[in-house]
Design a protein around this ligand. Structure first.
Ligand code: ATR
Length: 283
């Protein structure tokens, strides 16, 4: 694989993305010139044509964010297994005239849990997923792939939850009010809803939910604006391990970088500090 060539994050809008900060940190660390840029594509435009234009103008890879992950799935020539399962692509490589689509969101999530868990056996315990949007899709599939056999999911709209049931064998789906029961013995609870994001109401769960979790449970909020959500504060106050959205953001990025450049970049303290400074400056 060529060590040169431009990289980008495709989205609409895309200026808010932290991916250029992350990937340019790694490119500079490798002695490459920073060539990862924000690349807006209007959803009205022909997406495949826009990708062909990128390939012709020297791009070797791109990340894809909202609202284009499904369009990217349909536009590429070849799909990784994860992208195939999810019907969504977050990483494209332009290789020998072909567009190859992958999805590193789920594996990035699992890597961030492993980093936070430090050897505790979250995989062997039940996992509770809150929400049933695109992020929940990637997470449910990744948990199933990681060997979690008891996956439970609650969502405001039941039909959307049921649409995810094919992603994991025997997934248990319940309404929101069943949270305390569903949390029983869980080694992981993850919020994938938009509640708790900047500008949205907080996700307020009854204390009974935290009490029902396994004592060393990981409680994860995948949002990173803000980094410290009321959910994480409540989880830490109850003695659980809070996992913020920074880990998933960094690990999915590292896995994309590895696809393009062939080596997994280091997630070092300098990068984390840079990212936290950037996020808190706006938050
Ligand atoms: P993403 O693709 O980022 O996961 P999404 O597809 O818009 O985002 O999904 C948002 C999730 O947040 C959904 O699970 C949504 O619940 P519904 O399926 O019922 O819409 C959840 N959500 C958003 N606002 C909510 C609220 N006020 N209360 C409960 N759940 C909410």
């Amino acid at each position: 694989m060529s060590a040169a060539g431009k990289l980008a994050i495709i989205g609409w809008p895309v200026a808010q993305s932290r991916s250029p900060l992350i990937h340019n940190h790694w490119l500079v660390a490798r002695g490459e010139e920073a060539v990862y840029q924000a690349y807006p594509i209007d959803p009205q435009d022909d997406f495949r044509q826009a990708l062909q234009h990128m390939a012709a103008s020297g791009f070797v890879g791109a990340n894809v964010t909202a609202p284009h992950k499904e369009a990217a799935f349909s536009a590429v020539d070849v799909l990784s297994a994860a992208a195939q399962t999810l019907g969504a692509v977050n990483t494209i490589s332009f290789q020998n005239g072909q567009m190859v689509g992958a999805n590193t969101d789920g594996a990035g999530f699992v890597a961030s849990l492993d980093e936070a868990a430090q050897g505790t056996g979250w995989r062997a315990r039940p996992a509770l997923v809150l929400g049933a949007g695109g992020a929940a899709r990637a997470i449910v599939a990744a948990l199933d792939h990681a060997g979690v056999t008891d996956i439970r999911l609650v969502n405001r709209t039941r039909a959307k939850a049921e649409a995810l049931s094919g992603l994991a064998e025997n997934m248990q789906i319940e309404d929101w009010h069943a949270c305390p029961d569903m949390a029983d013995g869980c080694g992981l609870m993850v919020n994938t809803t938009s509640l708790g994001m900047v500008g949205k109401p907080p996700l307020a769960l009854p204390e009974a939910v935290f009490a029902a979790l396994s004592p060393e449970a990981l409680v994860c909020d995948i949002v990173y604006a803000p980094l410290e959500t009321p959910l994480l504060q409540a989880a830490r106050a109850a003695g659980h391990v809070g996992v913020d959205g920074l880990g998933m953001l960094l690990h999915q990025a590292a896995l994309s970088f590895e696809i393009w450049r062939g080596t997994r970049p280091q997630i070092d303290t300098a990068l984390r500090d840079k990212l936290i400074a950037d996020l808190t400056q706006e938050g």
